[in-house]
Design a binder for this molecule. Structure first.
Ligand code: ATP
Length: 238
């Protein structure tokens, strides 16, 4: 399988502080790959470099055969990258449907807007009931589903999910991850960043462990589940 996304020796930081010193990740088409790591390990920073929010200091990232790091954020969206951000960041004063439609303003997505809206509503039936409600009035779990739905409206080749479990009660985390498994079944390629290892491993095919800005371990999910390092570092503390 050829890689849809191939990151090599990525380095990035904030001002003089290095947050990522050596990140190499591959995501093949159709795969769900998770990036595990504790608070401050560099997971969100990796996402920020991929979306163009912060520049890379060194390294390469090839996405769908193109040099991702040379593209503007807008060009990355046009190329098929979509992010569901940490903390969800839905527009609270807009309705659910208005939030979803905002996800489909790129040229690739605009034509298929109506069809995509139906796809997102069938993935997340809760959003149908709430379609005319202001997003800010919804529960955390519903807002998370909305953030994922909005990213899906772009018709992404690669869906980036940053900490979808953040701030949600365990029962709601299960609901959101059941929805992510449905998205995965529809053959959407996903790169998932999570502190909740158990939840991440319930959906991922493969994973990477990031620590202090470096990838320290990469393995298929079954191996990560058995790994002493992963157990000691994360699973006990979920
Ligand atoms: P979290 O789950 O808390 O988001 P993370 O693995 O996503 O953790 P990052 O947010 O990528 O970690 O942080 C990596 C490092 O970069 C940390 O040392 C953090 O303090 C630092 N950092 C993150 N954002 C900024 C920023 N805007 N300015 C300066 N330093 C930052």
């Amino acid at each position: 399988m050829s890689a849809l996304l191939s990151i090599r020796n990525l380095k990035a930081g904030y001002g003089g502080a290095i947050a990522l010193s050596d990140i190499s990740i591959d995501v093949a088409e159709g795969e769900v790959v998770c990036l595990l790591g504790s608070n401050g390990a560099g997971k969100t920073t990796t996402m920020s470099v991929l979306t163009g929010l912060i520049p890379a200091m060194a390294g390469t990232a090839v996405f769908a055969g193109k040099d991702l790091l040379a593209m503007s954020t807008h060009e990355r969206v046009e190329a098929g990258l979509a992010l569901s951000p940490e903390g969800r960041k839905v527009f609270p004063n807009l309705t659910v449907e208005e939030n979803l439609v905002l996800g489909s303003y790129n040229t690739r997505a605009r034509e298929r807007r109506a069809a995509r809206l139906e796809e997102v509503y069938s993935l997340f039936p809760r959003l149908v009931e709430r379609r005319s409600q202001k997003a800010g009035l919804m529960s955390g779990g519903e807002q998370q589903m909305l953030a994922i739905g909005r990213a899906l409206m772009a018709g992404p080749k690669l869906l980036l999910l940053d900490e979808p479990s953040l701030g949600l009660a365990p029962k709601i985390v299960q609901l959101v991850f059941a929805a992510i498994r449905e998205v995965a079944k529809s053959k959407t390629t996903i790169l998932l960043v999570e502190q909740n290892t158990r939840a991440a491993l319930s959906v991922a095919d493969r994973g990477y462990v990031i620590s202090h800005g470096t990838i320290v371990y990469a393995a298929p999910t079954s191996e990560l589940r058995e790994s002493q390092l992963v157990r000691e570092a994360f699973i006990g503390s979920d």
